[in-house]
Design a protein around this ligand. Structure first.
Ligand code: PRT
Ligand code: ZN
Length: 212
């Protein structure tokens, strides 16, 4: 029998909620530690555990049919995937932040600054949209310390509670993107896989309705 292949985050902020959503959809998966792959016992579903950054590529290539990943990652990676459903978890925003002492009035104040971020593609689009010239410094982690060590004048990073910014003496000045976990799918699914996806989406929508 045909199976639907889903990619979810191996570990990190979206892992537990992704597993929980599948459970709430009545899908039992045995999620052994350090497993890279598992199968559901009561739904034709194969589960791949991956780094979130790799999920859009796997879906575009059709190695996975669908996946659960932050919309921020889908947009940054510029892969051709369909966003099928927003999932109401992993909510955050991608925001510009500057040191508290920075006298910030408008986006114009970002002109000629150095901006540290792990999201160069989305930041470049934001700057272009606003007609701002600035230098983007791509760094893969600990973006919040960049202004403090003299690497950048501003940062663009994910924010949820805001406490990380606060602890690093930064203030949030622009929301670039609002994001949450989404179900993304490959553009060219086989009819069998599309049917299984429809079935899964139907269940996800029921789970979401029950929570409202
Ligand atoms: O190992 P892997 O590559 O899979 O994971 P990762 O470390 O790249 O990602 P992970 O697990 O940190 O985040 C996965 C996804 O969760 C992100 O792509 C977002 O879609 C979503 N998400 C939601 C967040 C946050 N909230 C969040 N607060 N991702 C990261 N953060 C970080 C942020 O970068 C900053 O360092 O949390 C800090 C800020 O949090 P607050 O609460 O202090 O504002
Ligand atoms: Zn990642």
């Amino acid at each position: 029998m045909m199976k639907l292949k889903i990619a979810i985050q191996k570990s990190g902020r979206l892992h537990d909620d992704s597993i929980k959503l599948l459970k709430e959809c009545g899908i039992d998966i045995n999620n052994g530690v350090n497993k890279l792959k598992t199968e559901a016992s009561n739904f034709p579903l194969e589960v791949f555990f991956l780094r979130d950054d790799d999920i859009p590529q796997y879906i575009e290539d059709g190695v996975a049919d669908i996946g659960i990943v932050g919309e921020n990652v889908v947009l940054e990676k510029k892969k051709q995937v369909n966003i099928v459903e927003k999932l109401n978890f992993g909510k955050c925003r991608l925001s510009m932040a500057v040191p508290k002492s920075f006298e910030y009035n408008s986006v114009k104040d970002l002109e000629n600054t150095r901006i540290a971020t792990s999201y160069p593609v989305i930041v470049q689009e934001f700057l272009q949209r606003n007609g701002i010239k600035a230098e983007i410094h791509e760094i893969s982690g600990s973006v919040e310390i960049a202004p403090g060590i003299g690497l950048a004048d501003a940062i663009c990073d994910l924010v949820s509670s805001g406490s990380t910014l606060f602890m690093n003496g930064l203030k949030e000045v622009e929301t670039v993107l609002k994001s949450e976990a989404v179900l993304a799918a490959c553009h060219n699914l086989q009819p069998e896989q599309q049917q299984l996806l429809d079935k899964l989406v139907f269940r996800i929508q029921a789970v979401k309705r029950a929570k409202n």
